[in-house]
Every structure is written in structure tokens, then in C-alpha cells.
Ligand binder design. Structure first.
Ligand code: ZN
Ligand code: ZN
Length: 369
């Protein structure tokens, strides 16, 4: 046999092994859904309305490939209640003017501002007049956003355009996971999964999620100084239909949304600003029903899921409790910031060190008792 023929056969064999391996992985993939209904919340007053959406995406109004209509159709296909466009601009007026109800989905828009510290997402602000432009200085921009009734989120602090920390944290939150840098940023790790983006995109994307250790450590440091909310960011520029089922924000409202678009928009942004939401990798398992709250001096966490999962409680950056139970009541004595992470413990493409759910912080002070 010639060298050429041997090489040819070796490549064919490698290809065959890859196809068998990939096929096996895809066939075994299962997204978990729980038959257990949302928690009864007997002692927690009214059951909040839970809606789901995707945050951080780009349309043709900046560097995305999709029109807003196409993006809204993809969101409707993924069963989302809302999406938040974040086209680049100071602000991006075209995206702001495209807000409304499309395909049954609430299409909201903020703007991703390029600042001296990195990318800052401005949300919930009143549309300025066309002559206005947000400052390139991050602190000034944050002030201008809040002067207009809005709030800001630090985008992808440890990937793409990294955030340069310093000064006070004048923003309402930060992105903990960012899908775009995950897909593009770890090429060697992701290489075997790229072809699977075309066959089983949810599986491929789940495989590409890198545990966000650095962002979580930073978040805990920020929480010692004051509230900051954590976001899972879709950062979609294309592949909207693939990305939307994977990362969700679960927003908790005291009552269902108003039919009036402007009122619904205001309530979603208010809930985000107030941290009344949690982020989840819904592509791995449906996270609907998770709750965390303070009640009579105890931290109460509900993770009412029928598949194996582990809830981890973090107090001022330290893990203080792990449980595989669905309900946890933890009497508190030490003041400070408490938050929860939930990890999937079933067979899943999600890295076991990557959180499936992250809650926002709740602050306990002795007076809460
Ligand atoms: Zn960005
Ligand atoms: Zn972006």
C-alpha cells in the first residue's frame, strides 16, 4: 500500500470514529423537564408570575445578521415571553424605535455602549432626543443612564472586550456567562462540537459553556460592597434559533403583565433593576419554579425539580451549605450577601462545574429578624 492510501484510510477511519462518537453523544442528549409543579409557596404570600426571556442580542441595526422580525420569530419559536436587543450605539436609536410586541413576544431594547472601561449595556432608560449621545466615560454614562430612569450592566467582563475595573461599581449588575465569547473564545475546546451546531445546536452550545469561575469570584467581591445582579447573556449575532433555548432570564412579577406594551416594558425593566429574576441554562433543564427569599430570619430556597441537582448557598463569597433536597430553610445569624447556585447532577452536556441556575443576592441584616 502506498503512503497516500494509508493516509486516506486513516482519515476515513478518523472521520468514521468522529461520526459515531458525535452521533452517540447527540442521541444520548436529554433536556430535563420536571413534572413537579411550581412551589406552593404556602407561607410566601402571592405566587409570583414567572416569565422567561433572552437578554443581550444584536440585530442588523448594529453587527447582528438578523432583522428584528426574524429575531422575534426565533424567540417565539423558543417560547420566550420577551427579548432584550442590545445593539451597539450611544444609544442605538433604530433598535429603540423597533420596540413593541412582535410574534407575541415583547421586544425590548437597550444599547451596548463602548466605553473607556469596556462594553456597558444600558437598559430601561427613556429614549433621548436624536441629538443626544451617551458619554464614552463609563461612570459618566452610568449616571446619564440612571438620570433617564435606566440602569446599566457590565458586559462580558472577562472575555471579548474585557472590563477594566476600578473606582466604584456604579452599575446594576454584570454578565456572568456570555454565549458569544464562549462560542468564539475557546476554539480548541469547542472544535469537536462546531459541526454539531448544525445538527443539535443546543447540545453543541451546552458543551461549549466554560465554568465562569473568574466572574463569580468578582461578583462576590462586588456584593460585599453592595447589590449587583448577575446575568446569563445570549450575546447573539446569528444562530438566534440555536441560542434562544439555551440561556434564559426568569423574571418574577407580582401579577401578570399588562396588555399595554409600554407598561409591560416598564415592569420587566423594573424587575431586572430590582434583581427580581434569576438566570438559568434552560437548554440543559427547565429551570422554571426556582425561588430564593428571606423569611422570618431564614433563607428559604426552593428548587422543586424531579431530576438530580445540588443547591449551593454562598455567603459573602464562601460556600456555607450544599444540599440535594428540593427545599432548604437556613436560619441566618451572620449579616451579609447570600446567593444560590444550582448544579445539575444528572448526565448532561453541561460542565459539572458550570452553574445551571444562579440567583441574585439577598441581603440579611440583623434587623430582618
Ligand atoms: Zn460587547
Ligand atoms: Zn454584545
Amino acid at each position: 500500500m502506498t503512503f497516500k492510501r494509508i493516509m486516506g484510510r486513516a482519515i476515513l477511519l478518523a472521520l468514521l470514529v468522529y461520526v459515531l462518537w458525535a452521533g452517540w453523544q447527540v442521541v444520548r442528549f436529554k433536556r430535563y423537564e420536571s413534572p413537579i409543579p411550581a412551589p406552593a409557596e404556602a407561607s410566601a404570600g402571592p405566587v409570583p408570575t414567572e416569565i422567561e426571556g433572552a437578554y443581550h442580542m444584536h440585530s442588523r441595526f448594529s453587527d447582528g445578521l438578523g432583522t428584528v422580525d426574524r429575531i422575534a420569530r426565533a424567540a417565539a419559536g423558543a417560547g420566550l415571553d420577551f427579548i432584550i436587543l442590545t445593539d451597539h450605539g450611544k444609544p442605538n436609536f433604530a433598535a429603540l424605535d423597533a420596540q413593541g410586541r412582535k410574534e407575541g413576544v415583547l421586544v425590548l431594547a437597550g444599547s451596548e455602549i463602548s466605553s473607556n472601561r469596556g462594553h456597558l449595556v444600558a437598559l430601561g432608560f427613556d429614549r433621548p432626543d436624536d441629538a443626544f449621545s451617551f458619554s464614552s466615560d463609563a461612570e459618566t454614562a452610568a449616571r446619564e443612564i440612571s438620570d433617564r430612569g435606566g440602569f446599566s450592566v457590565v458586559a462580558h467582563p472577562y472575555s471579548k472586550v474585557r472590563w477594566s475595573w476600578g473606582g466604584n461599581f456604579d452599575y446594576s449588575g454584570l454578565e456572568i456567562i456570555d454565549a458569544d465569547s464562549m462560542i468564539k473564545g475557546h476554539i480548541v475546546r469547542s472544535l469537536p462540537y462546531y459541526p454539531l451546531l448544525l445538527i443539535k445546536p443546543t447540545f453543541a452550545l451546552l458543551k461549549m459553556i466554560v465554568p465562569p469561575e473568574q466572574a463569580l469570584v468578582k461578583w462576590d467581591k462586588l456584593l460585599a460592597r453592595g447589590p449587583a445582579n448577575g446575568y446569563f447573556s445570549s450575546d447573539a449575532h446569528l444562530f438566534y434559533r440555536a441560542i434562544f433555548p439555551v440561556f434564559h432570564l426568569h423574571v418574577l412579577l407580582e401579577r401578570p403583565l399588562d396588555p399595554d406594551f409600554a407598561a409591560a416594558r416598564r415592569r420587566i425593566f423594573e424587575a431586572l433593576k430590582g434583581g427580581r429574576f434569576y438566570s438559568a441554562v434552560d437548554g440543559a433543564a427547565a429551570a422554571r419554579g426556582f425561588r430564593i427569599r428571606l423569611e422570618a430570619g431564614s433563607l428559604r430556597v426552593s428548587a422543586p425539580f424531579s431530576f438530580a441537582h445540588e443547591t449551593v448557598i454562598i455567603h459573602d463569597g464562601k460556600v456555607i451549605r450544599r444540599t440535594r433536597e428540593n427545599e432548604l430553610t437556613l436560619p441566618l445569624t451572620a449579616p451579609g450577601a447570600y446567593r444560590a447556585e444550582v448544579y445539575l447532577r444528572e448526565r448532561t452536556p453541561l460542565d459539572p462545574r458550570a452553574p445551571w441556575i444562579i440567583s441574585n443576592p439577598v441581603y440579611f441584616e440583623r434587623e430582618n429578624r
